[in-house]
Design a protein around this ligand. Structure first.
Ligand SMILES: [Zn+2]
Length: 429
């Protein structure tokens, strides 16, 4: 209990955001989220939480406070399209499993407060959170939107929707341990009608986005990593229902067969995509399906395997398979011109390291400026929030960050964010 009170005090002490007032941000450079070059010098005017001007010609209110960030680059707040902020990172696999079974939901929620704070402090002012439990994601989203706690703007998915025994079901426990089999109420479906019911339930209880598991996954016990787990008809129904209700869709998919079913169904993004073949990538290119490669998940699992960190042997074997394939798939997607989004699978690795993904993308051959676009304008488009954020333009929300120096010369400066403003509130300076 003392630990919990300490955590609450910690979070609230650090939520000393400054009240929005007209502000002029100056820095050596500016990246607007869509151009191929930086503008120098950089200047942004913020009034009432919105951007009202960019560049030297912008009209500056007489009562504006100037913040000069010096040799730094101003950028749109970053967007991570694949997080699990209600899943605090824990290296100890057994303890993490016990936590999810033993801890009360309020305690699990409070444990997530530090994670949403770490995320926004790293310059990620928006996240698409793709899979949670017990509505913790909805609670976090609402508390952040109500300014009760510091954190990124959240688009949440509640339950990821998958099949019985699939990656998004609870597997690895004995039959009937929990007194009933999982169903659409838990995001577990076995027919097109159940797919529609699960989508409707998620939307009813507050989902902004619909996440599905089209294939097996790495960190689940009862499935192969690449098998398809939903039929074409189930995915068609799921995507159709989600789009009818104006929700975007994201499919966890490692294997090519399941991914192609999701692409054919009209899914908006393929997450991970470790074993996508040429046909799947060509279909994505043709349909405009976005690939969110989550290279960081592979990076983290690779490090853990190298260090001999315990994971159940079937999971370790699946991790090795995915890691061996994902870099090559990323490079093929890049060469084919598939639209690539930015996502980290944070929770698989510690929250707040999100910007490491830029470094991994650049190491595999992406241009730094293109990597920055993935986490700004491209992700805003993918999430359906490009009217609100993702670029530095007049009329957009004042989600603005600053990194030291020039990120086009050294992409790793994105891991040392020195200033964060969200909706005009300064959360880090
Ligand atoms: Zn994930």
């Amino acid at each position: 209990m003392h630990k919990l009170l300490g955590l609450i005090a910690f979070v609230f002490t650090l939520h000393a955001a400054e009240i929005p007032q007209p502000v002029v941000l100056r820095a050596a450079h500016l990246f607007d989220g869509k151009s191929n070059t930086l503008v120098s010098p950089g200047l942004v005017v913020v009034v009432d939480g919105k951007i009202t001007g960019i560049g030297p010609a912008a009209k500056i209110p007489s009562d504006a406070k100037t913040i000069d960030l010096g040799d730094a680059t101003l950028l749109p707040g970053f967007i991570d399209a694949h997080t699990h902020v209600s899943m605090p990172y824990m290296e100890d696999w057994k303890q993490q499993t016990l936590n999810s079974l033993q801890k009360n939901i309020p305690e699990l929620t409070l444990m997530s407060l530090a994670e949403v704070r770490n995320t926004v402090m790293a310059g990620f002012t928006t996240v698409r959170d793709v899979g949670s439990s017990d509505f913790i994601d909805v609670g976090l989203r609402n508390a952040i939107a109500g300014n009760l706690i510091p954190g990124p703007r959240m688009l949440v998915s509640i339950h990821a929707i998958g099949s019985t025994g699939g990656h998004c079901d609870n597997t690895g426990f004995r039959f009937n341990l929990f007194g009933r089999e999982t169903g659409p109420e838990d995001g577990v479906i076995n027919s097109p009608d159940e797919a529609r019911r699960a989508v409707r339930l998620n939307v009813k209880y507050g989902a902004d986005v619909i996440k599905t598991c089209a294939t097996g996954g790495v960190l689940s016990l009862a499935d192969d990593v690449d098998t398809p787990q939903l039929t074409q008809e189930e995915l068609n129904a799921l995507v159709d229902e989600a789009h009818a209700l104006r929700r975007k869709t994201a499919a966890h998919a490692h294997g090519a067969t399941g991914a192609k079913r999701a692409i054919r169904a009209g899914i908006d993004s393929i997450e991970h995509g470790s074993f996508l073949d040429d046909e799947a990538l060509d279909m994505m290119r043709a349909k405009g399906t976005v690939l969110v490669p989550t290279l960081m998940a592979g990076w983290q699992l690779g490090k853990m395997l190298e260090n001999g960190v315990y994971m159940p042997p079937p999971i370790a074997a699946k991790a090795r398979l995915a890691i061996a394939s994902m870099s090559n798939t990323f490079q093929k997607a890049l060469a084919k011109g598939v639209t690539i989004g930015f996502g980290t699978d944070a929770g698989v690795e510690p929250h707040g390291l999100n910007a490491k993904e830029f470094e991994l993308m650049v190491k595999l051959g992406m241009k730094p400026v293109d990597a920055l676009k993935c986490a700004t304008s491209i992700n805003a488009e993918l999430l359906g929030i490009s009217q609100l954020t993702g670029t530095l333009e007049s009329g957009k929300a004042a989600d603005i960050i600053a990194v030291p120096g020039d990120p086009l010369k050294d992409i790793t400066v994105t891991q040392r964010v020195k200033f964060v403003m969200k909706d005009g509130w300064i959360v880090k300076n």
